[in-house]
Design a protein around this ligand. Structure first.
Ligand SMILES: Cc1ncc(COP(=O)(O)O)c(C=O)c1O
Length: 300
């Protein structure tokens, strides 16, 4: 699919077609999930909130002790060069940093050269009809790891927790997993943040409950405030979703996704109606479409 789509990859200092991109089987990113990543979008020929993504990427790299060759400035150039080579006004960008090649064994000190990779292509996380109707969520049997294990605030290459939660959701006939933290409060979905809206108040779990501090999440909180809504970062339980007027997910890949059911039960009562999108989700989505065009870094 990627070749047909014309996916471009920056690797080892140059941009190539996806089928030409290769990494070593001794890369610790592959062997041990030793690295970090970012997912971003291009809207209208500009990378949405590029500086925020670069800041989170640099923070993650520093946190796990991988140096960014050439610093953030070089990474910014890599992203823009690859997006230009892809050459479309709408795209998805996946930026990766691995510990690089090393000896077998987890010891990261055997890896000398970190590897940066940037992939620019398309992404489709949910079928169109599901996006129109609202997706089906199920509560995962997996919990978000505590911050003293793999910090859920870090976009590490170790996403097995999310993968297994998603797999379980798909095997149970749903689209997406609702992942709780060890205390039983909502952390987030597999790769997206969760929002609930009740009586005009927009609520989302804080990072302290295991939510990644999502860049789409921050944008939606800004948009909600601009629309005159009260916004709250607060602990939420499953019952808060059942009691909500509307529930939706946010993420760079997902964008804004209405949720129709949780564990087989319809959410939002009559507010969602036939379309899957309640009126608040629709207003936020409309505002988001304008917002992304005002907060981009042009690729040209
Ligand atoms: C675990 C997790 N939560 C939430 C998000 C949403 O974050 P953002 O809006 O920055 O893409 C992501 C994005 O990939 C994620 O991996």
């Amino acid at each position: 699919m990627d070749d047909k789509e014309g996916a471009k990859v920056w690797i080892e200092g140059r941009v190539v077609d996806a089928r030409e991109a290769r990494i070593s089987v001794f890369d610790h990113g592959l062997l041990y999930g030793d690295g970090i990543f970012e997912g971003m979008r291009v809207y209208g020929g500009a990378v949405f909130r590029l500086e925020d993504h670069l800041r989170r990427f640099a923070y993650g790299a520093r946190a796990i002790g991988i140096s960014l060759d050439g610093g953030v400035e070089a990474t910014r150039k890599i992203v823009l060069e690859t997006a230009r080579a892809y050459g479309r006004d709408e795209a998805y960008i996946r930026l990766l940093l691995t510990r690089g090649q090393g000896a077998l064994g987890v010891d990261p000190t055997t890896c000398e050269n970190p590897q940066q990779i940037c992939i620019v292509t398309r992404i489709h996380l949910y079928p169109e009809e599901k996006l129109a109707r609202g997706i089906d969520l199920v509560t995962s049997s997996l919990r978000r790891p505590a911050p003293d294990t793999i910090d859920p605030g870090m976009k590490s290459l170790n996403y097995l927790n999310s993968v297994l939660a998603k797999r379980e959701a798909r095997l149970r006939g749903a689209d997406e997993a609702l992942i709780l933290n060890a205390r039983g409060y909502i952390a987030e979905a597999s790769v997206a943040n969760v929002f609930a809206c009740r009586d005009g108040v927009l609520m989302t779990p804080p990072p302290s409950e295991g939510a990644l501090p999502g860049i789409t999440r921050a944008s939606v909180l800004e948009i909600g405030a601009d629309l005159g809504m009260e916004t709250r970062e607060c602990a939420l339980g499953r019952l808060d979703l059942f009691a909500a007027d509307e529930v939706f997910l946010t993420g760079s890949g997902a964008r804004i996704v209405p949720v129709a059911t949780l564990d087989g039960e319809a959410l939002g009562g009559s507010a969602i109606g036939q379309t899957g999108r309640g009126s608040i989700t629709r207003r936020i989505e409309e505002a988001f479409s304008d917002f992304v065009l005002k907060h981009g870094t042009a690729i040209a």
